[in-house]
Design a protein around this ligand. Structure first.
Ligand SMILES: Cc1cc2nc3c(=O)[nH]c(=O)nc-3n(C[C@H](O)[C@H](O)[C@H](O)COP(=O)(O)OP(=O)(O)OC[C@H]3O[C@@H](n4cnc5c(N)ncnc54)[C@H](O)[C@@H]3O)c2cc1C
Length: 396
């Protein structure tokens, strides 16, 4: 696209965003729960619904997806310009979730035409919220050891088994999951990747409470659940390749969560409040050094991530290098959360009560939540194994 065309697109986008974004959609949400995750079960405030509706109408909830599937049909350069204009106006995304970041991109690459037409537009409009059914009580890092069985019965599979750590299973409408369709085959060979309506008879979910006090994930029980054979993505028994493709999108998404944050300003403000400053500099030189190091590492991480994102937007599928971003982004976030609690001192370990400022109480919960970052989406040890084998080519 010529520079002049891109600039004209940018100017149009800026005008349109300024005219259509509700005032309350400017500025960061108080917590991830204040973002719009869509779905049939949630009720959102009017402004959130309006923002979703106008952006979806334009295809800008999924800017680069093709228009026939509800996307905006934008080029990588246009999508970047749109994101930059939204950032300048401090606009929050109209929609987030596993539909946009995981199963949607996967279906674009590996779904058949009927699956794309059925699911993608409902994702872009925020009508359906998705969850991920990979882990089982006996299968986490060793995911291919999964035991949930799917037995063919006419045009359906009958599914029995249990999934665990299913984030938002209690809020989701559909699940993408891995099932064993050939128990005789070697463990990587007998797996299929299927799409399941959570309202199917035989699906039940039970929330699990986390150390941070929240219950973002569940155990999911599947008892004689009928899933149409047409809901298999890719070929039956060849789901392992599809599963790995999706994990790359997931790792990208997790790394993305840790970029372009307002945390630098937050950490500094926190340190000023608790440590104090002298002549415009933080009083404690050790805290000053630690904050500077985290921010420098964050900047390097974001630049490297941006370079890789440009390649993906230009049509390259994400490769095993997504493990580097998943590993580094999550470890960096943990360092940042620990530093924040350290800086706050005794006020950084409060759980509840009037003696603590609400911002300090949030620090504790964020720190505890960050412990799961190096587990979800594949643990740090597993990412290091992938980097060693697939990126660096080291022997087993
Ligand atoms: C916040 C959160 C959200 C999650 N959301 C979902 C979800 O939505 N859907 C879903 O399906 N799952 C989800 N999970 C589950 C997650 O994917 C698993 O917890 C993860 O894959 C690890 O599996 P595991 O818990 O069984 O640990 P294990 O696999 O039992 O690992 C235990 C320890 O052993 C280490 N280890 C295992 N194998 C190796 C090896 N080969 N080399 C070196 N070290 C090894 C691990 O790194 C880890 O430290 C979520 C987890 C968390 C924490």
């Amino acid at each position: 696209m010529a520079d002049a065309d891109l600039e004209s697109f940018r100017a149009d986008a800026r005008r349109w965003l300024a005219a259509n974004a509700p005032q309350s959609m400017h500025g960061p949400p108080a917590s991830p729960d204040d973002l719009c995750w869509g779905g049939r079960k949630a009720r959102y405030p009017d402004d959130v619904r309006r923002w979703l509706a106008v952006m979806a109408e334009r295809g800008w909830t999924a800017p680069t997806w093709p228009r026939e599937y509800g996307g905006g049909g934008l080029s990588a350069a246009e999508a970047k310009a749109l994101a930059q204009e939204m950032a300048k106006l401090a606009l929050r995304p109209p929609l987030v979730g596993f539909g946009l970041s995981m199963i949607g991109p996967l279906l674009l690459q590996a779904g058949n035409e009927q699956q794309k037409r059925e699911h993608l537009p409902r994702i872009t409009r925020g009508e359906i919220r998705w969850c991920q059914g990979y882990s089982e009580p006996g299968a986490g890092s060793d995911l291919a050891g999964l035991q949930t069985r799917a037995v063919r019965d006419g045009d359906d599979f009958v599914v029995n088994g249990q999934k665990v750590w299913t984030s938002y299973a209690d809020k989701a409408d559909w699940m993408f999951l891995l099932v064993r369709t050939d128990p005789e085959a070697p463990k990587h060979a007998g797996i299929s990747f299927v799409l399941m309506d959570m309202e199917s008879p035989g699906v039940s979910v039970r929330p699990i409470r986390l150390i941070s006090g929240a219950s973002p994930f569940c155990e999911t029980f599947l008892s004689d659940v009928r899933v149409p054979v047409r809901n298999v993505v890719g070929k039956i028994n060849e789901g392992w390749g599809i599963a790995k493709m999706l994990l790359r999108f997931e790792r990208n998404m997790i790394a993305d969560v840790f970029k372009e944050r307002d945390d630098a300003a937050r950490l500094l403000a926190l340190a000023r409040r608790h440590v104090g400053d002298e002549n415009g500099r933080l009083r404690d030189p050790i805290v000053r050094d630690r904050i500077a190091q985290v921010e420098m590492d964050q900047a390097c991480f974001e630049w490297t991530l941006a370079r890789s994102r440009d390649r993906v937007k230009a049509g390259h599928a994400p490769g095993p290098e997504t493990s580097i971003f998943k590993y580094y982004g999550t470890e960096l976030n943990q360092r940042r959360r620990e530093l924040a609690v350290d800086v706050a001192g005794p006020e950084g370990v409060g759980w509840e009560g009037p003696g603590f400022a609400p911002d300090d109480l949030r620090l504790v919960r964020e720190w505890l939540r960050s412990r799961g970052n190096s587990i979800e989406g594949g643990t740090s040890e597993i990412q290091l194994n992938i980097i060693a084998k697939r990126v660096l080519g080291l022997p087993d």
